[in-house]
Design a protein around this ligand. Structure first.
Ligand code: UDP
Ligand code: MG
Length: 343
């Protein structure tokens, strides 16, 4: 391991370490813009900073580009996953490896401006465990995406007991304490926004304007977003199971009452029973409800199945540390109450 001149200051071991976690999936176009902007910000900070890029199975040369940067940029660490595991798994890998006293999650596409980092650190130094960045505006996103996102957050809000704040993404700062808490949640279905909210901890919300993507294209299509929304709902609430039960009860009641009404009409009023159209509509209606109920049930059974397999959330292909980072990762100091020491 090389010992180079150091951002990691041995004479000041209490200088806080900041880890910035950046998931990367086919971001070759945007990385050359992202790195200089991050570096400009980092140079102004009074922390020892490590940039952890998690290459989530990119096939456009992103990982190779980052590896080249290790020679130039002394503060990078690249964790290459064995394939594309998805952003949530990439973030988990980053959180597992970060050494920071404060940890920031940032998208590679510069939608989350790195220039806000000093402001986030200021809040952390005041003793907040989580600094949540809430979007004031969502430039560069379609009307449809904004509306569906709005509805999803409101819906989820009504559904779960742990409050998932609206219009927040993964862009946030977390204290070491919060990350350690998060690492205790072992589930395979990782709906990060929900997990972040579940742990609680003193939180402050800062508003910011979300920029459009600097280059490249979004990795989410609408089907992916729908899946994420379903994942979010079924990971954090069993209310849908109760709803279908309620719906079943209502349908059964209406069906029963309707049946009685037909008997009444036939026996008392002498009105002959009219053919099958009403029967068909009732059967299709009930059949539909049953299929929906089975589908929802299946979603939960499937989740249980995946959890029981206990597979790891991600697999690592290799890790490359720049020399500066080696220092941080070879140190096993106990860093307690760093809030107090830092302020
Ligand atoms: N990302 C990832 N794995 C994936 C998909 C995305 O690591 O399977 C990363 C991506 O490189 C980016 C971040 O997650 O840094 C956010 O992705 P994107 O910008 O495509 O999502 P959006 O901002 O459109 O929601
Ligand atoms: Mg983006």
């Amino acid at each position: 391991m090389t010992q180079s001149h150091s951002l990691f200051n041995e004479s000041d071991p209490n200088r806080p370490i900041l880890s910035i976690i950046i998931p990367v999936f086919n971001e070759r176009d945007v990385l050359p813009l992202c790195l200089p902007r991050l570096n400009t910000v980092i140079q102004q900070l009074d922390t020892t900073t490590e940039l952890i890029f998690i290459d989530d199975g990119s096939c456009d040369g992103s990982a190779e580009y980052l590896t080249e940067q290790v020679a130039i940029n002394a503060t990078i660490c690249i964790i290459r996953l064995s394939r594309n595991f998805g952003k949530e798994a990439a973030l988990t890998a980053g959180l597992d490896h970060a050494k920071g006293d404060a940890i920031i999650i940032l998208d590679a596409d510069l939608q989350d401006p790195p220039e806000l980092i000093p402001e986030m650190l200021k809040e952390w130094r005041k003793g907040r465990d989580i600094v949540l960045m809430q979007r004031r505006s969502r430039a560069g996103e379609s009307w449809f995406k904004r509306t569906t996102a709005y509805l999803f957050y409101r819906f989820l809000h009504g559904l779960t007991r742990s409050q998932i704040p609206a219009d927040t993404g993964d862009f946030r700062l977390m204290s070491r304490r919060a990350v350690e808490a998060l690492k205790q949640l072992p589930e395979r279905n990782r709906f990060m926004k929900g997990l972040f909210a579940w742990i609680g901890m003193p939180t402050v919300i800062l508003k910011y304007d979300r920029n459009p993507r600097a280059a490249g294209t979004s990795k989410w299509d609408y089907l992916g977003l729908l899946q994420l929304a379903l994942e979010g709902i079924t990971s954090f609430s069993i209310s849908p199971l109760r709803w279908v039960m309620g719906l079943g009860m209502i349908a059964a009641f209406i069906g029963g009452a309707f049946g009685l009404w037909i008997v009444f009409k036939a026996v008392i009023l002498g009105d002959p029973v009219h053919g099958y159209p009403s029967l068909v509509s009732v059967i299709t209606f009930l059949g539909g409800i049953q299929l929906i109920a089975i589908g929802i049930l299946g979603e939960y059974v499937g989740k249980t199945y995946i959890e029981t397999k206990q597979r790891p959330n991600y697999l690592i292909r290799d890790i490359t540390y720049a020399p500066e980072i080696t220092n941080i990762h070879s140190t096993n100091r106990v860093r307690k109450n760093i809030h107090a020491q830092a302020s």
